[in-house]
Write a protein that binds this ligand. Structure first.
Ligand SMILES: Nc1ncnc2c1ncn2[C@@H]1O[C@H](COP(=O)(O)OP(=O)(O)OP(=O)(O)O)[C@@H](O)[C@H]1O
Ligand SMILES: [Mg+2]
Length: 235
């Protein structure tokens, strides 16, 4: 079984959609469309009667709702009816970092706290689609890279047991520098936005998608007032 992402043109590249209840990474540089991708994914779920959760670790979700409401996706309505929940877990990090300023393990514990909160909402509100924006904050606070990686691995494993289809948004400017989350996830999608001559070009690339036949080429993508659209043209 596959679930539709809600990104026109994208599901055709991955045999009809995402395998449900798995964890995926959507990575890209600033403004490449990560949040838009996540919101479209949740809107598609809401259209199909599946409740979605957008966890913001960096920004006030009100800003995300406002920004994304400039797109014709009907987001405001779904947010008002509670079909898409926006939760701000940024304050959690501030509280946490203040309380544990001197502890070496504060970053790891923070990821666990975030998971606990997510897990409670997913279970009580019957969440089927989850977006976490973004992975960067989860790693804050822990100086020890090995410990950080262990904690991220634990976070991913816990998510997999939650039985919710998850997109983790990931800030990445160097798209050749892979991190542990790329290996831990079921699929990795890169959003590109680069200069070609005098023009900026947007493209989408499926780096990996387990149990799926796909190629790793870059496909033309646009962000319009209808959101992201993918074209069958390679760039
Ligand atoms: N109505 C619109 N029409 C066309 N393009 C738009 C519209 N609204 C936003 N965009 C484009 O989408 C981009 C923002 O996309 P988005 O916020 O999803 O990116 P992001 O990868 O999440 O960025 P960040 O790293 O800052 O979180 C804008 O920079 C703009 O180029
Ligand atoms: Mg964003």
């Amino acid at each position: 079984m596959r679930i539709r992402t809600g990104i026109p043109g994208f599901d055709e590249l991955i045999q009809g959609g995402l395998v449900p209840n798995r964890v995926y990474i959507v990575a890209g540089p600033p403004g490449s469309g990560k949040s838009t991708f996540g919101v479209q994914f949740l809107v598609q779920g809401a259209k199909e009667g599946e409740r979605g959760l957008y966890v913001s670790l960096t920004e006030d979700p009100q800003n995300i709702i406002e920004d994304m409401s400039t797109l014709n996706l009907g987001l405001r309505r779904y947010a008002l009816t509670g079909m898409i929940l926006f939760v701000d877990m940024g304050p959690l990090s501030i509280q946490h970092f203040n309380a544990l300023k001197d502890s070496r393990s504060m970053g790891t514990t923070y990821a666990r706290e975030v998971f606990k909160k997510i897990s409670a909402i997913v279970k009580t509100r019957n969440i089927k689609r989850l977006v976490i924006d973004s992975v960067l904050t989860l790693k804050f606070g822990s100086g020890d890279e090995e410990e950080q990686n262990r904690e991220i691995a634990r976070f991913f494993r816990s998510l997999k047991d939650l039985k919710v289809t998850t997109l983790i948004l990931s800030e990445m400017t160097d798209l050749t520098n892979y991190s542990p989350e790329h290996y831990l996830s079921h699929g990795v999608i890169f959003l590109h936005n680069f200069l070609n001559g005098h023009t900026m070009v947007r493209a989408i690339q499926i780096i990996k998608m387990r149990s799926t036949r796909h190629d790793c080429d870059m496909y033309k993508m646009e962000i319009t007032s209808e959101g992201i659209r993918v074209y069958p043209t390679k760039v």
